[in-house]
Design a protein around this ligand. Structure first.
Ligand SMILES: Cc1cc2nc3c(=O)[nH]c(=O)nc-3n(C[C@H](O)[C@H](O)[C@H](O)COP(=O)(O)OP(=O)(O)OC[C@H]3O[C@@H](n4cnc5c(N)ncnc54)[C@H](O)[C@@H]3O)c2cc1C
Length: 306
């Protein structure tokens, strides 16, 4: 007879791994099912300098440590899979994979996180991977000595722009407003970097090239004037989309497709909890994902006790 787990965690990013650490440490049989690479967005992050108690580190290192911790407590982790179907009602929850395997549990913690939001501009799909990237850590080194644009004005955009100067000769930050939404220290770091230039109150309009990206069109918003600029690469940091499309109609989501939870990370279904970037909240950081994962795990344990 197949094992019925106490907890199945969907997603192996910061929130899911933390839920895995707490649940398995509480001696609850725990399985993490993860679609992509373990670590989620942490592995897309060049440097994490704001995780308390850990000196400046690479995102993948922090992810690996969390994974090791979870495994040491006995948490099982299965990666590179695709969930086909959720049966989340009733006392025994069922999750079926596309390859036909089915896993059962008494509680579920949903932590599927999010993914970068595309700009949905002409040429974007065509040059994805051939000049357009959403991850400086993954693709920065392909642009050694080259000129790149970073799109966005939040923390991720400014921090990743600074990280990109390790490789690129010149980084131009293109932002739609005349001010940034990032923390002051991130703005100061970018502004004091000799390799970074700024084009404000402007938006990209299209991407052009011959096989690879060569040029972008850009509109200066106050004047409406459109110009073109030769460029080797564009890195887009324009927000995120929650990975919840396969949960629509199963649990309650808001209009932005974020999972609705209460303070204990309970979703609209008994025994189903959610944590991390996928839930309705304002601030998305590793620390907040970790905190959500902790709460979701403790709430699942409480639910299982009753
Ligand atoms: C470029 C960038 C830089 C950042 N820099 C920082 C920083 O310096 N400091 C900081 O604190 N935060 C930073 N963040 C934010 C931080 O990385 C995230 O808030 C945090 O990692 C979110 O964790 P999560 O576990 O909720 O989601 P995610 O990291 O998105 O993990 C979700 C996991 O679930 C998997 N998954 C998705 N759908 C499914 C499914 N249907 N079934 C199974 N698995 C699924 C995904 O493959 C992924 O592994 C940055 C983010 C980005 C993109």
């Amino acid at each position: 007879m197949e094992e019925i787990f106490d907890v199945i965690v969907v997603g192996g990013g910061a929130a899911g791994l933390t839920a895995g650490i707490y649940s398995s440490r509480a001696r609850l049989s725990t399985l993490i099912l993860n679609e992509g690479a373990i670590g989620g967005q942490m592995v897309l992050t060049d440097e994490i300098a704001n995780y308390p108690g850990v000196e400046k580190t690479h995102g993948y290192q922090l992810a690996n440590t969390m994974k090791k911790q979870a495994k040491e407590f006995g948490c099982k982790i299965k990666s590179n899979l695709k969930i086909k179907d959720y049966g989340l009602e009733g006392d025994i929850k069922r999750i079926t994979l596309e390859d036909g395997r089915e896993f059962r549990s008494r509680s579920v913690i949903l932590a599927p996180g999010g993914r970068p939001r595309p700009l949905n501009l002409p040429g974007e799909e065509q040059f994805k991977g051939s000049g357009i990237s959403y991850c400086a850590t993954c693709d920065g080194e392909f642009f050694s000595g080259k000129e790149v644009i970073v799109v966005g004005g939040g923390n991720s955009a400014l921090e990743e722009a600074v990280a990109l100067t390790t490789h690129a000769e010149k980084v131009t930050i293109v932002h739609q407003f005349d001010h940034f939404q990032a923390f002051k220290h991130a703005v100061e770091q970018a502004e004091s970097n000799q390799k970074i230039q700024f084009i404000l109150e402007s938006e990209l309009r299209s991407f052009q090239g011959n096989g690879v990206l060569q040029e972008v069109s850009m509109e200066h918003l106050p004047s409406g004037k459109t110009t073109t600029m030769n460029i080797d690469g564009v890195f887009i940091f324009a927000g995120y989309i929650p990975n919840t499309s396969d949960l629509e109609g199963i649990i309650q989501l808001n209009e932005r497709k974020e999972i609705l939870v209460d303070q204990e990370m309970k979703t609209s279904l008994p025994g189903v909890f959610a944590a991390g970037d996928c839930i309705q909240k304002r601030y998305r950081q590793v620390t907040t994902a970790v905190a959500d994962g902790t709460i979701a795990s403790l709430s699942a344990a409480e639910y299982l006790r009753h």
